[in-house]
Design a binder for this molecule. Structure first.
Ligand SMILES: [Zn+2]
Ligand SMILES: [Zn+2]
Length: 173
């Protein structure tokens, strides 16, 4: 966690530095859109840094982007239905559930070869593993729980994708 924090903190300092470099004495000469945007983004990240407990077993930090370029961007939105689904899966197997990939920013989604409209970018999909449980068993349970209202992707023995897109989707990779 310290490493991630340092990365985000570095981002804030860099954005602040860009804004400060445009100051002449105490006068802000402003109007550097890129620096302004960078600062806004950094502040949004630091505010979102409040590690909200979303449900009994899941915290917001577990959904943050795993990309390095965005310094672990926090999602602005996570679907409550997704969190409920994860709680149900966790309780079905009574074992810790690890979110390998929750929210993805556009750049990271591209980097990992996600589909153009990946549910990961919308905060309603996640790639998961449940400790000690075969991914195929997790997928079976997820299919039963989401029915026609969500997606389940089977990634062999590696992980299971689940989402609550509102319609049925199934695939294996
Ligand atoms: Zn990212
Ligand atoms: Zn996925």
């Amino acid at each position: 966690m310290d490493g991630l924090f340092d990365l985000a903190h570095t981002g804030i300092m860099a954005a602040l530095g860009r804004v400060l470099s445009r100051m002449d004495g105490d006068v802000y000469r402003g109007a550097d859109d890129e620096a302004e945007e960078g600062l806004k983004m950094a502040i949004r990240k630091s505010v979102a840094r409040e590690d909200k407990q979303l449900s009994p077993h899941f915290r917001l930090v577990e959904f943050r982007c795993r990309g390095s370029e965005c310094a672990g961007l926090f999602p602005e939105y996570i679907s409550p239905a997704l969190v409920i689904l994860l709680e149900k899966l966790r309780s079905r197997f009574n074992a810790p559930l690890r979110i390998q990939s929750g929210f993805r920013c556009k750049a990271h989604n591209k980097e990992v070869g996600g589909s153009a409209n990946s549910r990961h970018m919308h905060g309603d999909g996640a790639d998961i593993r449940i400790h000690g449980i075969q991914p195929s068993m997790v997928a079976n349970a997820a299919e039963e729980l989401v029915g026609d209202t969500g997606g389940v992707g089977r990634y062999a023995r590696r992980f299971t994708h689940v989402d609550v897109r509102g319609s049925k989707a199934r695939w294996a990779a």
